[in-house]
Design a protein around this ligand. Structure first.
Ligand code: PLP
Length: 422
């Protein structure tokens, strides 16, 4: 490929084709320099919820830039951050009372882990064990990699990663094993928190589990005085059918992490919400109990204004109805593969559809991944399978015709690249 000064993420520069240059975005499309439209069927890595450049959000950003740039967020504050915090508390699961800002999903989770350990430390009963779910993904910083699934992605850094307790994924029929493992870990009395993606493990392969498992895990945590951290970085903002996936399990987490769709995907921003108990454990005339965390761009006012506009979109537009329509369309399109031997585990959770292409060897590095990507790219579709797991997570404005086009391409790809075709 033509050499570039940029080192791209999750990109093997020795193997990848040249980057395609995007010159604009609109609704569900990316437009490249040749004027070709590309259907963004994965919401630009899961961030764009309503569609690219939603006018309300773009206008809010424009207006905010007339008044603000970055403002130090200690000693000084600003309306966008204050208003957004109030707005988030209003719509979040009950019990969450305070909002801590950062800039990405990874930092939102790091903040959550620090809040959990700080809570126990400041309460004079230190606890440090973190439980996670097998196949989980929580980000790419050292702390979040520690909590995530180990594998080829983090093998080089393993010596730096801290140990966590991994609960077996609640496979159908084996849910009790997950609950038993958590109960057993909690019995030690040292579990600070269970960090978990509610209902759906995204990067781990779009693996879903029943809401009842989540509500049972919450009950176990409560019984043992452990905290539950909901990593809603991907599941939040309607992806699973409700605003937050926790709602589907009827649980209120002690800490909730949100990022990707927080600004509708327009600007980087993250928030970690927590209960008043956790906040108050850090409230003291003893300065050592301060929550020692910050990043330079904490609560960037322009990003907060974009998030406020996103809240307005949710209030003013029929977002719920759009999501319901998308859920129904995904179900209808997906049905054509229900008994198709070329696929396994055809599944849907809310607006997200996923299916495993049957191949001789799966896994994230399965050779079929890049082949599928190249195939979809030629069809004008942005679809990036996780190994042999093909999934569609489009913005909510996608039309049925565009969705159908993505499914037609998946059908064609399966015949070209599925088992027996290579
Ligand atoms: C994407 C993701 C993260 C990390 O978010 P970044 O903004 O990429 O740091 C964390 N948790 C989950 C569940 C995610 O899907």
């Amino acid at each position: 490929m033509k050499s570039s000064a940029v080192w791209y993420p999750f990109t093997q520069h020795a193997l990848e084709p040249a980057m395609r240059r995007i010159v604009g975005t609109e609704g569900v499309y990316l437009v490249d320099e040749d004027g070709a439209s590309i259907l963004d069927a994965i919401s630009s890595w899961w961030v764009i919820t309503h569609g690219h450049r939603h006018p309300t959000i773009m206008e809010a950003i424009r207006r905010a830039t007339e008044t603000y740039d970055q403002i130090i967020f200690a000693e000084y504050t600003h309306a966008p951050a204050e208003d957004l915090a109030r707005g988030l508390i209003e719509i979040a699961p009950p019990g969450l009372a305070h909002v801590f800002y950062s800039d990405s999903g990874s930092t939102a989770v790091e903040v959550a882990l620090k809040m959990a350990l700080g809570f126990f430390h400041n309460s004079g009963q230190p606890r440090s064990r973190i439980c996670v779910l097998e196949h989980g993904y929580h980000g790419d910083t050292i702390g979040t990699m520690s909590a995530g699934e180990r594998g080829v992605f983090n093998a080089a850094y393993a010596p730096l990663l801290f140990a966590v307790d991994r609960l077996p994924f609640p496979e159908p029929g084996r849910e009790q094993a997950t609950l038993d493992a958590f109960e057993q870990a909690c019995a030690s009395g040292d579990v600070a928190a269970l960090l978990i993606e509610p209902l759906l493990l995204g990067a781990g392969g779009m693996k879903s589990y029943p809401a009842s498992v989540l509500s049972e895990l919450k009950r176990i945590a409560e019984r043992h005085g452990s905290l539950l951290i909901a990593d809603e970085v991907m599941t939040g903002w309607g992806r699973t059918g409700r605003l937050f996936a926790c709602e589907q399990a009827g649980i209120a987490p002690d800490i909730l992490c949100t990022s990707k769709g927080l600004t509708g995907g327009a600007l980087p921003l993250a928030a970690t919400l927590c209960t008043s108990e956790i906040f108050e454990a850090h409230l003291s005339v003893d300065r050592r109990k301060t929550f020692f965390h910050s990043s330079s761009y904490t609560a960037n006012p322009i990003a907060c204004a974009a998030a406020l506009a996103n809240l307005a979109v949710w209030r003013q537009e029929p977002v719920g109805a759009r999501i319901e329509t998308l859920v129904a369309r995904q179900r209808r399109h997906l049905a054509r593969f229900a008994d198709d031997p070329r696929f396994g585990d055809v599944r849907q959770i809310g607006t997200i559809a996923a299916l495993d292409l049957t191949v001789p060897s799966g896994g994230y590095l399965a050779e079929v991944g890049p082949q599928l990507r190249a195939f979809f790219r030629k069809r004008g579709l942005l679809i990036r399978p996780l190994g042999n797991v093909i999934y569609l997570m489009p913005p909510y404005c996608v039309t049925d015709a565009d969705l159908g086009r993505a499914y037609d391409a998946i059908d064609e790809a399966a015949s070209l690249f599925g088992a027996g075709q290579l």
